[in-house]
Design a protein around this ligand. Structure first.
Ligand SMILES: Cc1cc2nc3c(=O)[nH]c(=O)nc-3n(C[C@H](O)[C@H](O)[C@H](O)COP(=O)(O)OP(=O)(O)OC[C@H]3O[C@@H](n4cnc5c(N)ncnc54)[C@H](O)[C@@H]3O)c2cc1C
Length: 642
């Protein structure tokens, strides 16, 4: 069994990162040009990393499958980014952000990493402001804040409902400067297929040019994966359609452990599905829960009525009722489960799908009455416009309809404190790693983590790795390079030439998505997980026998791209269910029906499950390794938001 070493520093938690930084080896400026680094993915984590490494003087090669780094899924982030600046003077501090994040994640994250994230949060805002990111400001000129779930302070910085877009433009501009100077060589429309390992170290990648179909190998001194999350395994999710797990999954198959794959976040406020043929769901930002009130009719017979006909006394503001202290701003897992249970009781509203109405109201009438439509428009205008464009209903006049949807993945590649995976020289940053959010991520903390990783952590830990390892150049004719290219070609060949081609990749994607949503979504249960595992095994055999990929491989072929990604989702889906089955407790997003209290709250089992599940790939059967979590600075308690 592999011994997991998280390389977490010891001592006072406030000093750990500073001490670690001092202990990391440096590379002098004049020597940095001798080193080559590959960065896969140029969303917020990757673009900020490329910019910082390039500016420091390293040679960077970056790759993304989009037609520009500006098209990364990060651009969709709406609501904001957390930082413990305490501009509101409402009691925030590094320690409070640390505590809220640990508690929000239901005490399934590493203390040292989370504390470092809270410490770096302020630096991110300073960096972004210096780049000209147009955060919202108060009349005084100070940066404005709003509240997000799981916190009783206002610490979320935002740029209307386009925070991700503005932050990405900042990171992308900084990266573009390095592209212009020649320090970063960027390749768009290039999809990583395999990691190249030489002498046990990650030394390069094989990529497919998505326009020409050309396969090529690229070598370097180390590789950093910033390839985002895998919520699209569920088929319907709030993620961009292109988001996938292929880079992380293929690294996993080469030796990188996959941590907590079943920890996936279902976001409570998304536009509900309206039919069987939908391919995407849309998030309505959590920021809306600052002022929007969530309710459902008290009586089932009112569920078909127009909401304006339901009297105030007949409305159940269920989050305010059940969780008076945090009310509509409870964490996402708690809110999602509450919405589901209301709909399971038959009190859902909106379109009926498979005999159930999947929706509750998110209502702005109180705030509009209090501050007026213009002020509400100034705060949330673009989100309201987006809702109206998609639903055809005017949310200034009618409450929005919302329902939970797959949104974010806390699971990802296992990394140590230096963000290095279990493969030497292979790092993972941003949503691609598992590190900070435990069993549930708090709103506005993903952007914070991606940028902390990219601007401040990985540049230092990658340099330390390079300084400490003597790495000879790897020739493109090295047998391991040739082997990785051959493996890629062989896989493409199998996808193009299934024995009995019948069904499109989307057909299989929908199938695996439905299985996962049913068994490994908002609630999980032993027998359902066991049958899901068997169903996914059968689906995998069916896929390789019957997948139909039209077109040719030596050209642009989006069906081939999809087929490769779906094959990986199927394998990952199997591991998600195994992970969920193995964890015989409820915590955060992981609601095992056998381990819920009578009021529906998660019942953790700290004695037996206070660990990170780090799965090791093996042809004979994936092996579970456990990283025990130690709590020295917070005391795991039952999460109480009432
Ligand atoms: C609708 C929506 C709204 C959100 N709003 C917020 C918010 O308000 N606040 C917040 O904190 N978080 C929010 N999140 C979460 C947050 O946006 C993401 O977690 C974060 O942007 C991920 O950044 P990343 O850099 O890790 O990955 P991404 O931005 O997903 O970038 C991944 C990159 O990897 C590349 N890539 C992937 N695979 C390959 C491959 N095989 N080969 C080459 N390149 C590859 C892609 O091309 C891309 O460049 C939101 C998420 C969604 C879905």
């Amino acid at each position: 069994m592999h011994k997991l070493n998280s390389k977490t520093p010891t001592g006072d938690i406030e000093k750990r990162w500073d001490k670690h930084l001092f202990d990391l080896s440096l590379i002098a400026p004049q020597n940095r040009a001798k080193y080559n680094i590959i960065v896969i993915g140029t969303g917020l984590a990757g673009a900020s990393l490329c910019a910082t490494l390039g500016e420091s003087g390293y040679n960077v090669q970056s790759f993304c499958f989009n037609d520009s780094p500006r098209r990364a899924h990060s651009i969709a982030a709406q609501g904001g980014i957390n930082a413990s600046k305490n501009y509101q003077n409402d009691g925030d501090s590094t320690h409070r952000l640390f505590y809220d994040t640990m508690k929000g994640g239901d005490f399934r994250a590493r203390e040292s990493n989370v504390y470092r994230l809270a410490q770096l949060s302020g630096n991110i805002i300073d960096q972004a402001v210096s780049q000209g990111v147009p955060f919202a400001r108060e009349y005084s000129g100070y940066l404005a804040n709003r509240s997000f779930g799981g916190a009783q302070v206002s610490r979320t910085f935002y740029a209307r409902g386009q925070t991700g877009q503005q932050l990405l433009l900042g990171a992308y501009s900084a990266m573009s400067k390095e592209v212009a100077s020649g320090k970063v060589k960027h390749h768009s429309r290039s999809e990583m297929q395999e990691v190249i390992i030489v002498d046990g170290k990650a030394r390069g990648v094989v990529v497919r040019d998505l326009v020409s179909g050309k396969i090529s190998a690229h070598t370097a001194d180390c590789v950093v994966m910033c390839t985002g999350g895998y919520s699209n395994a569920f088929y319907l999710s709030t993620n961009a359609k292109g988001c996938n797990t292929s880079a992380t999954w293929r690294a996993h198959k080469k030796g990188a452990f996959f941590a907590n794959p079943s920890f996936t976040q279902i976001h409570p406020t998304c536009i509900p599905p309206t039919g069987e043929n939908q391919s995407k769901l849309t998030l309505m930002s959590e920021s809306l829960r600052n002022d929007g009130r969530i309710w459902a009719p008290k009586r089932i017979e009112d569920c078909t009525k127009d909401p304006s006909e339901i009297a105030e006394k007949d409305r159940d503001y269920f989050l305010e009722r059940i969780y008076p202290a945090f009310a509509n701003l409870v964490p996402r897992d708690v809110a999602s489960r509450a919405v589901k249970s209301i709909c399971d009781e038959g009190r859902g509203i909106g379109t009926e799908i498979n005999g159930e109405k999947l929706g509750v109201y998110l209502d702005f009438s109180s705030i509009i009455e209090r501050i007026g439509e213009d002020k509400v428009r100034a705060k949330y205008g673009n989100l309201f416009d987006m809702y109206e464009r998609i639903s055809g209903e005017n949310p200034y006049q009618l409450p929005m309809k919302i329902y939970p949807a797959p949104h974010y993945t806390m699971g990802g590649l296992w990394v140590d404190y230096n963000l290095m995976t279990t493969i030497d020289g292979l790092f993972a940053a941003g949503e691609a790693n598992f590190s900070e959010h435990g069993a549930n991520r708090l709103g506005a903390s993903a952007l914070m983590q991606g940028l902390a990783d990219g601007y401040f952590i990985a540049p230092r830990t990658v340099a330390n790795y390079l300084a400490k390892n003597k790495l000879e150049p790897v020739d493109l004719n090295h047998p391991n390079v040739i082997q990785a290219i051959d493996d890629t070609k062989e896989r493409i060949n199998r996808l193009m030439n299934a024995p009995e081609p019948k069904h499109s990749p989307d057909y299989y994607h929908k199938k695996v998505g439905r299985i996962l949503w049913g068994a490994c979504g908002m609630s999980r249960e032993r027998e359902a997980l066991k049958s899901a595992i068997e169903e996914i095994k059968a689906l995998q055999i069916d896929f390789w026998q019957n997948v139909k990929v039209t077109g040719v491989e030596n050209d642009m072929n989006q069906t081939l791209e999809r087929a490769g990604r779906v094959a990986d989702f199927i394998e990952l889906g199997h591991l998600m269910c195994r992970d969920a089955l193995e964890r015989e407790e409820s915590c955060g997003c992981h609601a095992r029906l056998e381990y819920l209290a009578s009021d529906g709250e998660a019942k953790r089992d700290d004695e037996n499950f206070s660990y990170v599940a780090a799965w090791e790939y093996s042809q004979e059967g994936t092996i579970l390794n456990k990283e025990q979590l130690n709590f020295e600075f917070v005391k795991p308690s039952v999460r109480d938001y009432t």
